[in-house]
Each structure stands twice: as C-alpha cells, then as structure tokens.
Design a protein around this ligand. Structure first.
Ligand SMILES: C[S@@+](CC[C@H](N)C(=O)[O-])C[C@H]1O[C@@H](n2cnc3c(N)ncnc32)[C@H](O)[C@@H]1O
Length: 115
C-alpha cells in the first residue's frame, strides 16, 4: 500500500497546504506583473486542478485564453485540452497562437485551427 507521502508526491499535492482551500472562500492574490486589466492568477487554476483531478487525467478549458490553466495542468502532470474562439483572421492571431504554442508545447499537429 502506498504511503501518504508517496500519494502526495504522485499527485503533486501537499495536502496540508491545501487545507485553506477546503473553505467557501479562496484567498488568492491577484497577478501584479501583467499589463492585462484582469490577469488570471495561475494559482487559481492550480488549486482547482489539485483539488479536482489526479495525474494523467485531462483538464478541459473551454475558454483557453492565454492557456494559463493548460500550462498549470501540464506542470502538474495532467493533460490539457482547450478551446478558444479568437478570430483566426485577426491581426493578433499569429502572435496569440505562437504564445500558446510556447506555453504548452502544442505544435501544428495538436493545435488545430478552424475558420
Ligand atoms: C479570461 S480568458 C480565459 C483564461 C484562460 N482560462 C486561462 O487559463 O488562461 C477568456 C477567453 O475566452 C475566450 N472566449 C470567449 N467566448 C468563447 C467561446 N464561446 N468559446 C471559446 N472561447 C471563448 C476569449 O476570447 C478569451 O480569450
């Protein structure tokens, strides 16, 4: 039978540090190093991933954005699938796609674009 410590290491979860997230309100500081008016804190995704999934499971993000959630999922040994409806013809699109590729390691085989 695996030890408690082995489970924590396998699941990338330090159970003691997660106790404060077993409450109705999560205290997570906002990101401060971003120009975005409402930056998405990676910690928010990380806590949800740790609480509701196990390694090798798939995290789906229907609002991919800058792929923070998928990047955190991969860092925690999960797999990620994301969807984003940004206009592929928009002038920002190539930079956006490159940024997602860089953050997630997605390549043209795994990053399908439609439209
Ligand atoms: C706040 S960002 C999401 C942040 C993201 N979850 C992360 O982890 O970085 C919201 C994104 O949802 C996208 N979006 C809005 N409506 C959508 C839809 N119907 N389908 C897919 N993506 C959508 C927006 O273009 C925007 O990039």
């Amino acid at each position: 039978m695996p030890t408690y410590e082995a489970f924590e290491e396998w699941a990338s979860v330090d159970v003691e540090s997660m106790r404060s997230y077993l409450q109705n309100v999560w205290d997570i500081q906002p990101e401060t190093q971003s120009d975005h008016p409402a930056p998405f804190p990676p910690k928010l995704a990380e806590v949800a991933i740790k609480l509701y999934s196990l390694p090798r499971e798939i995290i789906g993000d229907p609002f991919l954005g800058s792929a923070t959630t998928i990047e955190r999922a991969q860092a925690l040994n999960r797999k990620g699938v994301g969807y984003e409806n940004m206009d592929a013809e928009s002038e920002d699109s190539p930079d956006f796609v490159d940024m997602i590729k860089n953050r997630t390691g997605a390549n043209s085989a795994t990053l399908d674009q439609f439209g």
